[in-house]
Design a protein around this ligand. Structure first.
Ligand SMILES: Nc1ncnc2c1ncn2[C@@H]1O[C@H](COP(=O)(O)OP(=O)(O)O)[C@@H](O)[C@H]1O
Ligand SMILES: [Mg+2]
Length: 152
């Protein structure tokens, strides 16, 4: 994994702005983005920012903890938001249609994606959010390399 960005944020608004910048600066679909960080780290806040880059209202964005997948129709491409917190086996990931979503021509972003890190086909981004204190977060973005496309 190669580090492509490291940010410090001091508010949810700043984290949203970084999520938006991440999409505009790094994402050319189809793209897979894994998000990790403990409960309350700001994974969903980051996805709200990613959604903004595609014109999706942030009010539509919620952790798909129970439904597992939320599809948002963005412009110019869709955002597929998944949460694997409750999954324990890769077969469950396949059963919910993960391979098809990946080929859906959009961005697939997965909260708790690191649970299956060794199963995901490169290339993918891994966004790790660490809690520093109540309002401060460190966000590290790495890229797997590999696949047909080793951007960035
Ligand atoms: N710098 C920050 N970035 C993101 N969220 C923050 C930050 N500071 C405080 N928070 C708060 O942390 C919580 C993050 O929640 P959420 O995004 O749902 O976490 P997760 O999806 O990782 O469980 C929100 O209540 C948000 O207001
Ligand atoms: Mg969440």
């Amino acid at each position: 994994m190669r580090e492509v960005a490291f940010w410090r944020t001091e508010s949810p608004e700043e984290t949203k702005r970084l999520g938006k910048e991440f999409v505009l600066g790094f994402c050319r679909p189809p793209v897979l983005v894994l998000l990790s960080g403990e409960l309350g780290a700001g994974k969903t806040v980051f996805v709200k920012g990613m959604a903004q880059a595609l014109g999706i209202p942030e009010s539509e964005v919620r952790s798909p903890t129970f439904s597992l997948v939320h599809e948002y129709s963005g412009k110019p491409y869709p955002l597929y938001h998944m949460d694997f917190y409750r999954l324990s086996r890769w077969e469950e990931v396949v059963d919910l249609g993960f391979p098809e979503y990946l080929e859906g021509g959009g961005i697939v972003v997965v909260e708790w994606g690191e649970k299956f890190l060794s199963f995901f086909p490169p290339p993918f981004f891994w966004v790790q959010i660490g809690i520093v204190d109540e309002c401060v977060r460190h966000i590290r973005v790495t890229h797997s390399g590999g696949g047909d496309d080793s951007r960035p």
